[in-house]
Design a protein. Structure first.
Length: 213
């Protein structure tokens, strides 16, 4: 099995950047989070220039490669290829999974899809998603236009699909135990890690919650 596939099968904690400025501090935050137990990093920014994303992404790629962690890019197949990332994460409004797979070519590269309902989760799996992000579970500034789906649907989604499902949306160190008690086995976060005073400790707390189950 390709190492990417093995890592995807076993991951528990997934951290996503939400960059508004090309701050070098994100590199140190990311490394501490990875050492604390984060398995996957996603490079995401809706405001940085392509050049700024490439420069930051190259540094992030070096760290994730050294630590043997998965590095994904949000939305952009071209950026994923430039950075030689391990895969891409697509939203509901992004290109079809089949089109992304044709552009990427390499079958070992990972493609994930955001989903906000049981039907979307099933469709994403049928279309070939390697993993599914389900949420937002709680209100979150990174998805202000989406109504929270709540905790009660987690088990239904987990039963409906066979690919890994990572729960997302407003999850933090205070509510992660509720999320896990509702059935989640994987969590994705933004501010809980990149907004934490101590990203290492935040990652440890999140990982302990999901791995202890």
């Amino acid at each position: 099995m390709d190492w990417r596939r093995k890592s995807l099968k076993n991951f528990r904690v997934y951290a996503i950047t939400d960059l508004n400025t090309p701050s070098e501090s994100v590199i140190g935050q990311m490394e501490r989070a990875l050492l604390g137990g984060v398995d996957i990093i996603q490079l995401r920014s809706k405001s940085l220039s392509d050049l700024a994303l490439i420069r930051l992404g190259q540094k992030m790629r070096r760290v994730t490669r050294r630590l043997k962690k998965l590095f994904l890019v949000n939305d952009r197949v071209d950026l994923m290829q430039i950075l030689d990332a391990d895969g891409i994460h697509l939203g509901q409004e992004d290109i079809p999974i089949s089109a992304a797979r044709r552009l990427i070519g390499n079958r070992n590269k990972i493609i994930g899809r955001s989903t906000h309902s049981l039907d979307q989760a099933r469709r994403a799996e049928r279309e070939g998603a390697d993993y599914i992000a389900f949420g937002p579970l709680f209100a979150t500034p990174t998805k202000p236009t989406y109504r929270p789906v709540g905790l009660q649907k987690i088990r239904s989604v987990l039963r409906a699909v066979r690919v890994p499902v990572v729960c997302i949306g407003g999850i933090d160190c205070e509510n992660v135990n509720r999320v896990v008690e509702s059935g989640a086995t994987r969590v994705a976060v933004v501010r809980a890690v990149f907004g934490a005073r101590d990203p290492y400790q935040a990652a440890r707390t999140l990982r302990k919650a999901v791995v202890s189950e």
